[in-house]
Design a binder for this molecule. Structure first.
Ligand SMILES: Cc1cc2nc3c(=O)[nH]c(=O)nc-3n(C[C@H](O)[C@H](O)[C@H](O)COP(=O)(O)OP(=O)(O)OC[C@H]3O[C@@H](n4cnc5c(N)ncnc54)[C@H](O)[C@@H]3O)c2cc1C
Length: 413
């Protein structure tokens, strides 16, 4: 057993690293434990597109491959990360998407204006996830967070009164006053909490490639009868395509190329697709976010369908809002149970984050449903909604304006 840490963070994905940075700026040195042998390279200039994982259906592939999953950073999370300096670092490499457009058969159904949001960051900032992780790792380093221990896979967490024993796969162990599990969905078994899961039947192909479309800085959602094609601008003159696909055989890149050509109507855009990765989607989560001295945040606590584009942002808000409470517990003496008022604050935190996850999950579920092969009536309903004030509500929802944490980061009217 080596030493007693104040906090151990399991998992150095985006959420765990942000938590370490938020703790470090409050003077708490958290021990970061990551089972991957190496840090995720930042993918270089716009190269994140070659870095793909699925929603974890592929087991170790998720580790072997460099990952570009999340690309969208939303207004509320950007505002929440300002104090640490992470937001400036993220925005330095990001592309700003101010308008989203829904189309069908080449016809515009309507637009969603992020630039009309009453927010400090009236846009969706796009950045491949490996570059987001690199910017957060730099932020943690600048605040003096200890270097993450790579190759440290946590096998079990054992409560021992005023501390938690953290057992590693390799037989090593350490102890911490508080443990936060930010290890994604596969780390859920570390907590003594039941999980609930709702897999969706949908399958997608995605790629990040050169942007040869005519869509510029616009995000476009093609509501095609054959299933949705989402098209998001990325930094470095690149674009992400995500297409709903029926089950089928054949070369994924060729199938995605065909979907891009048919659904966007642009052969030029389709020609840039030279690679594609499949992924499936689910909504799942733990039934609580805390068991004594062990907390769960990010995907460990709640996974939402990536078709909503909010999972990572949700985890960021978990981390930013939990850090001050953990720092307070340590200040008040974490060898004891939390004081009555801290316990109330921790309960309120958990309620708020579970509400946030449930709202995000609903938005993502609607998005997932809208992306299925659609009848014209569905597209008409979208056209109607985007012609009314409902489109402002939609922009607000995608920017995570309905997250309870948004209240703290709203700009006064
Ligand atoms: C195709 C796709 C597109 C997406 N797009 C978006 C988007 O645009 N916007 C958005 O907000 N979200 C998006 N998401 C969701 C987003 O990728 C996840 O929500 C996010 O990665 C969760 O971060 P995390 O840090 O909680 O978990 P992870 O990213 O899963 O990181 C967990 C880390 O913990 C490590 N780990 C696991 N178990 C252990 C252990 N036992 N011991 C030590 N280390 C461990 C893992 O190796 C990993 O590094 C998308 C997801 C997919 C699949």
């Amino acid at each position: 057993m080596s030493g007693l840490a104040d906090v151990a963070v399991v998992g150095a994905g985006p959420v765990g690293v942000l938590l370490a940075a938020e703790l470090a700026r409050r003077g708490v040195a958290a021990v970061g434990l990551e089972r991957r042998a190496d840090a995720v390279p930042d993918g270089g200039d716009g190269d994140g597109g070659r870095e793909v994982s699925t929603h974890d259906t592929s087991g170790d592939r998720a580790d072997a491959a460099l990952r570009s999953r999340a690309v969208g950073l939303h207004a509320t999370a950007l505002a929440a990360m300002e104090a640490s300096g992470a937001t400036d670092r993220l925005l330095a490499g990001a592309r700003l998407v101010r308008v989203g457009e829904a189309r069908r058969g080449g016809r515009t159904l309507g637009v969603v204006r992020f630039d009309r949001l009453h927010a400090r960051h009236p846009y969706v900032a796009t950045l491949p996830q490996p570059r987001t992780e690199a910017a957060l790792a730099r932020t943690a380093q600048v605040w003096g967070a200890p270097a993450v221990r790579h190759g440290a896979a946590v096998a079990a967490l054992i409560p021992r009164g005023d501390r938690v024993e953290v057992r590693l796969d390799d037989g090593g162990a350490l102890e911490a006053r508080i443990v936060v599990v930010a290890g994604g969905i596969r780390a859920r078994g570390l907590l003594p909490l039941p999980a609930v899961a709702r897999p969706y039947p949908d399958h997608y192909l995605m790629t990040d490639c050169g942007d040869t479309s005519d869509d510029g800085d616009r995000a476009v959602v093609h509501l095609d009868p054959r299933g949705v094609l989402e098209s998001f601008p990325l930094p470095g003159g690149r674009r992400r395509y995500v297409a709903w696909m029926s089950a089928g055989e054949g070369d994924p890149a060729a199938r995605l190329r065909e979907a891009v050509a048919q659904r966007s109507g642009s052969d030029a855009a389709a020609r840039a697709v030279d690679d594609a990765s499949p992924f499936g989607v689910a909504r799942s989560g733990l039934t609580a976010m805390r068991a004594g001295r062990v907390f769960a945040i990010g995907d460990t606590a709640h996974e939402v369908s990536p078709i909503g584009g909010q999972g990572m942002n949700l985890g960021f808000l978990d981390a930013v809002t939990l850090a001050p409470l953990l720092a307070r517990w340590l200040r008040e003496g974490a060898e004891g149970a939390p004081s009555v008022s801290l316990r109330a604050a921790l309960d309120a935190w958990e309620r708020a984050r579970r509400t946030a996850a449930s709202r995000s999950g609903r938005i993502a579920a609607v998005n997932t449903m809208l992306g299925r092969p659609s009848r014209a009536a569905g597209a008409e309903a979208v056209r109607f909604a985007l012609a009314t004030p409902a489109r402002t509500v939609l922009a607000h929802a995608y920017a995570m304006g309905f997250d309870p944490a948004a209240r703290s980061y709203r700009v006064p009217r």
